[in-house]
Design a protein around this ligand. Structure first.
Ligand code: SER
Length: 311
């Protein structure tokens, strides 16, 4: 079962899981209707993860064994509605943890984020174990979530697994309200109008990952042997690190007249508190995290796919 199947990650994860496990065996759920491909290829149901009784009923009724819970308010949006975002992000997680404990849906994936780090964290090659003092609502909810996931694993045997996603870049479903969203918007804007006004400054380096890599790694972690996982909070995942200016230069190799201007907004402060690059050696050693797309390959595919989509 995928919760949040209409979102940026969920809409692609559902299709990947259906290829592996069969269309009928992957239940897509969300509070809004999904993209056509998700709705047509297998079961979809409107379901609000904040409603605990309905969630538990769904897990039991459909004999769910694994849950991917992707429902969350992202970093930028969360700063606009702090208390509401905290309630939604934490309740969405706590409901799935408790429902996993009370049902047979014992295997649970929930994404953490580079947002767990804060201004006091070393920003280059950020280690797995380090200072974590996030100063955003989203980041605080992710640190708390990691702790609760580990707690439910040790205390109740819930098979909780998580990664700290870098910024995710995709063309099928756009993200909404994140700090790393510029790296998606830039492609649509480059293809549509040949220019982009970036809400982060030109030298803001952040770790990113192409969606295909994110999905492959997520499934890899979920399929890995239980006893080979040395930690039950969330694994660092490095991806590729670049600045808006480096991305713009890469885009110019395909669209030479592409222009970028910079007008940093409130998200600049969020980006400045996050790592520039990540050390994911623990994930590499434990379950073989991999990145197949570098900046060049990702840019080529993004431009090609965004062009197709806009036509
Ligand atoms: N990409 C997310 C955001 O920018 C971080 O997990 O909010």
């Amino acid at each position: 079962m995928v919760i949040g199947s209409s979102g940026q990650i969920g809409s692609e994860l559902v299709l990947a899981l259906r290829k592996i496990y069969g269309d009928e065996n992957v239940y897509a759920t969300d509070i809004k209707y999904p993209p056509k491909e998700v709705g047509r290829s297998g079961p979809f149901q409107i379901l609000d993860v904040l409603d605990f009784n309905n969630l538990l009923h769904f897990l039991v009724r459909y004999k769910i064994t694994q849950v991917y819970n992707l429902a969350a308010v992202l970093s930028g949006n969360a700063e606009k509605i702090p208390l509401q975002a905290w309630d939604i992000n934490m309740k969405a997680l706590m409901n799935t943890l408790e429902a996993a404990h009370q049902s047979d849906a014992k295997k649970l994936f929930w994404p953490s984020s580079i947002a767990v780090f804060g201004p006091t964290t070393p920003r280059e090659n950020t280690p797995q174990l380090t200072v974590m003092e996030p100063n955003t609502v989203y980041g605080i909810s992710k640190v708390a979530g990691e702790r609760w996931g580990e707690y439910y694993h040790h205390r109740y045997g819930v098979d909780f697994r998580s990664v700290r996603y870098p910024g995710l870049i995709s063309y099928k479903t756009e993200p909404g309200g994140g700090t790393t969203d510029y790296a998606v918007e830039i492609f649509f804007s480059a293809v549509k109008q040949g220019s982009y006004e970036c809400f982060l400054s030109e030298d803001t380096a952040l770790p990113m990952m192409f969606m295909d890599d994110a999905i492959a790694n997520t499934i890899r972690l979920m399929q890995y042997d239980d006893d080979k996982l040395s930690l039950r909070s969330a694994y660092n995942m490095a991806g590729i690190s670049f600045t808006p200016e480096q991305l713009a230069q890469e885009i110019r190799k395909h669209i030479p007249e592409f222009k970028i201007t910079y007008k940093p907004d409130f998200r600049q402060a969020i980006a400045d508190s996050w790592p520039k690059s990540i050390d994911d050696s623990t994930a590499r050693n434990d379950w073989g995290v991999k990145t197949e797309y570098d900046l060049e390959k990702m840019t080529t595919v993004m431009l090609e796919k965004v062009k197709e989509k806009l036509q």
